[in-house]
Design a protein around this ligand. Structure first.
Ligand code: AMP
Ligand code: TRP
Length: 355
C-alpha cells in the first residue's frame, strides 16, 4: 500500500502589512523548506473576510503578500503560489468539514475567543468556522507538513482532529473504494484518506513579541506602529523602532535560562537569532554581559542588512503587477487540478453524485 507523498502547505492572510513576526515565524521557513520538498504557498483571501467583510483594496493586499513570498525567495516555477479564492474546492471541502467538526471544537479556539472579543454573538459565522476552512486548505492537497508560527498550533491540532474523524467516520466507504492510505500513528499503522498533518513550528522565532510589550505577540492589528517592524519599513524606521524597543536595565546573560522573566530581552535575542540563523544560546555566547545600548545597534544593523534587500525586491516585484497576476493565475491552475482530484474522491466517498 502507498503512503502519503510529502507535501508542504501554508497560507498567509492578505490583511495589513507583513511584519517581522510573519517573516521570521513563517515566510523564512517557507523559503527554507523549498529545498527537497514540494511546496504550496497560498494567499488566503477568503480567510480575510472572516474578521472584516468589506475591504477597499483586497486585490492589492493579495498582490502585496504574493510579492513578499517572491521577494523572500519562493520560486513560483518549482512550487505553487496562488490565491485561495481561485480554487473553489477549498470552500467546497470547508463545507464538508463544517459538517465533520463539532461546534464545541470551534468554541474552544483561543484565536476565535480573542478575535470575537466580548460580543461573540455578533462575530461572523465565518470567524467561528475559520479553522474548518484552514483544514480544507491543507487537506484538499493532502499536505503532510505545515510551517506556521506558534499561534497557529491549535488550528493545526483541529486539522488533525478533522482528518481523523473523517477517516474514522468514512473508514468503510474509503476502504470499499480502495482510497485508503497507510500511515503510522504512534506504534499503530492505520488507514485513512486524509493524512494526519505535522505542524512545522519552532526555532527561536516561532513567536515574536511586540517591541512595546513583551507579553503580547507582534501583530498586524496592534494600533502602535512602534510595536512591530513592517517588511516595508526603511532602514531609519527599523533602527528607530529597535532603539525605542522596551527593555530592562540589565546586561544580557550568558545562558538562555538567564532570560527567564525578561520577556523583552528574550524577544530581542530571539529576533537576532532568527535573523542570523543562530540559536538564542549562540547569540548569548556572542553578547553575554553586553548592555542594550550596545546590543540594540548591533540588532538594528543586522535587521537592516537582512530586511532591506527583501523590502527592495518587494517594491520591484510589486511594480510589475502583470507578473504577479500571472504567477497567481498559473499557480491557481496547477492548484485547481490537484484539488479537484481530491474532491472527486471525497464526493465519491461521501456519496455526492458527480460525473
Ligand atoms: P497571518 O498574518 O495571521 O496570516 O500569519 C501568517 C503567518 O505568520 C502564520 O504562520 C503565523 O503563525 C505567523 N505569525 C504571525 N504573527 C507572528 C509572530 N508574532 N511571531 C511568529 N510568527 C507569527
Ligand atoms: N490561519 C493562518 C494565519 O492566520 C492562515 C492560514 C489559513 C493557514 N489557511 C492556512 C496557515 C493553511 C497554514 C495552512 O496565520
Amino acid at each position: 500500500m502507498s503512503s502519503f507523498k510529502p507535501l508542504v502547505f501554508s497560507g498567509v492572510q492578505p490583511t495589513g502589512n507583513l511584519h517581522l513576526g510573519n517573516y521570521l515565524g513563517a515566510i523564512k521557513k517557507f523559503v527554507a523548506l523549498q529545498d527537497g520538498n514540494d511546496c504550496m504557498y497560498c494567499v488566503v483571501d477568503l480567510h480575510s473576510l472572516t474578521a472584516q467583510l468589506v475591504h477597499d483594496d483586497l486585490e492589492d493586499q493579495t498582490r502585496q503578500i504574493t510579492a513578499a513570498f517572491l521577494a523572500a525567495g519562493i520560486d513560483p516555477e518549482k512550487h505553487v503560489v496562488f490565491n485561495q479564492s481561485r480554487v473553489m474546492q477549498h470552500a467546497e471541502l470547508a463545507w464538508i468539514f463544517n459538517c465533520v467538526a463539532r461546534i464545541g471544537w470551534m468554541n474552544r479556539m483561543t484565536q476565535f475567543k480573542d478575535k470575537a472579543g466580548k460580543d461573540r454573538e455578533n462575530a461572523s459565522l465565518g470567524l467561528l468556522a475559520y479553522p474548518s476552512l484552514m483544514a480544507a486548505d491543507i487537506l484538499v492537497y493532502r499536505a503532510t507538513h505545515v510551517p506556521v508560527g506558534e499561534d497557529q498550533k491549535q488550528h493545526l491540532e483541529l486539522t488533525r482532529d478533522i482528518a481523523q474523524k473523517f477517516n474514522n467516520d468514512f473508514s468503510e466507504r474509503i476502504a470499499a473504494r480502495g482510497l485508503g492510505v497507510e500511515m503510522k500513528m504512534g506504534d499503530e499503522t492505520v488507514q485513512g484518506y486524509f493524512p494526519i498533518t505535522e505542524p512545522v513550528i519552532g526555532g527561536p522565532a516561532a513567536r515574536i513579541m511586540s517591541l512595546r510589550d513583551g507579553s503580547k505577540k507582534m501583530s498586524k492589528s496592534d494600533p502602535s506602529d512602534l510595536s512591530r517592524i513592517n517588511l516595508t519599513d526603511d532602514a531609519d524606521a527599523i533602527s528607530k523602532k529597535i532603539r525605542k524597543a522596551k527593555t530592562d536595565p540589565d546586561a544580557l546573560p550568558s545562558e538562555v535560562d538567564g532570560l527567564a522573566g525578561r520577556p523583552e530581552a528574550e524577544n530581542l535575542v530571539g529576533i537576532y537569532a532568527g535573523l542570523a540563523d543562530m540559536s538564542k544560546q549562540d547569540v548569548l555566547n556572542e553578547f553575554a554581559g553586553v548592555q542594550f545600548s550596545v546590543f540594540k545597534p548591533a540588532l538594528a544593523d543586522l535587521a537592516v542588512e537582512k530586511l532591506a534587500p527583501v523590502a527592495a525586491e518587494m517594491r520591484r516585484i510589486s511594480a510589475d503587477r502583470a507578473y504577479v497576476d500571472a504567477v497567481l493565475r498559473n499557480g491557481g491552475e496547477r492548484a485547481r487540478a490537484l484539488a479537484e482530484a481530491t474532491m472527486h474522491d471525497v464526493r465519491s466517498i461521501i456519496g455526492l453524485l458527480q460525473d
